[in-house]
Ligand binder design. Sequence first.
Ligand code: 6PG
Length: 486
Amino acid sequence: MKNRADIAVAGLAVMGENLVLNMESKGFTVAVYNRTNARTEAFAGGRGKGRNILPASTVEELCDSLERPRRIMLMVKAGPPVDELIGKLLPHLEPGDIIIDGGNSFFKDTMRRAAELQKKEILFVGAGVSGGEEGALHGPSLMPGGDIRAWEHIRDIFRAISAKAPDGTPCCDWVGPDGSGHFVKMLHNGIEYSDMQMISEAWELLRRLCRFTPETLAALFENWNRGELESYLIEITSEILRRKDPETGAYVLDLILDSAGQKGTGKWTAECALDLGMPAATIAEAVFARCLSALREERLRAAEILPGPPVPKAQDETAFAESVRQALYAAKICAYAQGFQLLRAASQEFNWNLNYGDIALMWRGGCIIRAKFLDDIKRAFSADGNLANLMLDPFFAGALAKAQESLRKVVAAAAMSGIAVPAFSSALAYYDASRSKRLPANLIQAMRDCFGAHTYERIDRPRGEFFHTDWTGSGNVSATSTNYNR
Ligand code: 6PG
């Protein structure tokens, strides 16, 4: 065994341990550290026993056990724990050493840390890691960004441990500067939320309007997974639908409380969309749907008070199921279009110069949203790197033209049956608003100008010229006449 490690992992929760085992299995010697040393010892004497793993009981020992430049990957909870660990490492590092934050850190924290560490000549990398514990062990999607001088020193390790696309391409590439890697990971999670919400809405519609049994539903999702919707989330949905509880014999899904949790990455994505003025409504609706599901006690009370329509049975279940499949595909295109629109806005806002096709390729394997669909996105951006909206790519525009009627029918059927489909509905609204030559925003401008003299632009004057109408005839000019940009 080498007496110096190629890389260190600090933070030995399951994700960290699995990354260590993945790295070691690819021939790298890995130093390991955990704040609770007992955990380090348990790992080294357990899952790590007999492997090229160098346990360190202190941060100093960890840093001394590394080849130069030192490469240390932090796998600790986002927030203060990252700053605390960086503070402990710094006294034992030299200029040119590399710190990689592999947690779900907020990208603006990563931007701050990158700037702070650059002053100390430490190369900081914020790397999104997607694929959960299984992915960490067998091949995650890795989205590193930050100080590009670090990339040549971590590229071989990262690409060796990453998932591989079906053509063998590593699902890992350099994303861009400062917080861009963590932003891409955050956006991945926002899209993940919308994917999961849309799948749950499709399942709810099929279950209630077609009265399909779990076995029928599982077979249907399995069949969907052989077409345009092929993806990890569709695959596991089919498996989840089939799983029975060994003790009760009931379907596990029927035993799970309908109150969704969330660690915050989807919320961050919606907040960033609002900050950047981007209409990522389906991602936001997926977050709100989790929030509303968590208000379960209120829902139970409201169910006794608020009436709704009877839930009819679909006249032709097979035809309706196909409409739901097409609706899910159309809504998915709209949700991903929103996600990449937000990515583009962030790239411009933060001067990241992101490559959207490469990002789609990083998501082709290993991550939670991995799907054949991402090949089509990669092709769209390879054909036009400046594509303003995914829906305008000829392939996706054609797919939407074919599937939009099904989305309309399904949203209408849900509405008339009293079944909430916020993601499907917002995707349809996004599609229709995006293709509208004129929206009723002129009335909004008129109202804003009427009550607040916020002024408006005119269709018969150059953009940037603002006007006010004395709507009340009182001659008063309202309190504000500031021209707002958004
Ligand atoms: C991934 C996952 C992961 C996320 C979990 C929980 O890419 O491996 O997205 O990063 O933390 O899915 O997220 P929520 O609790 O927010 O659903």
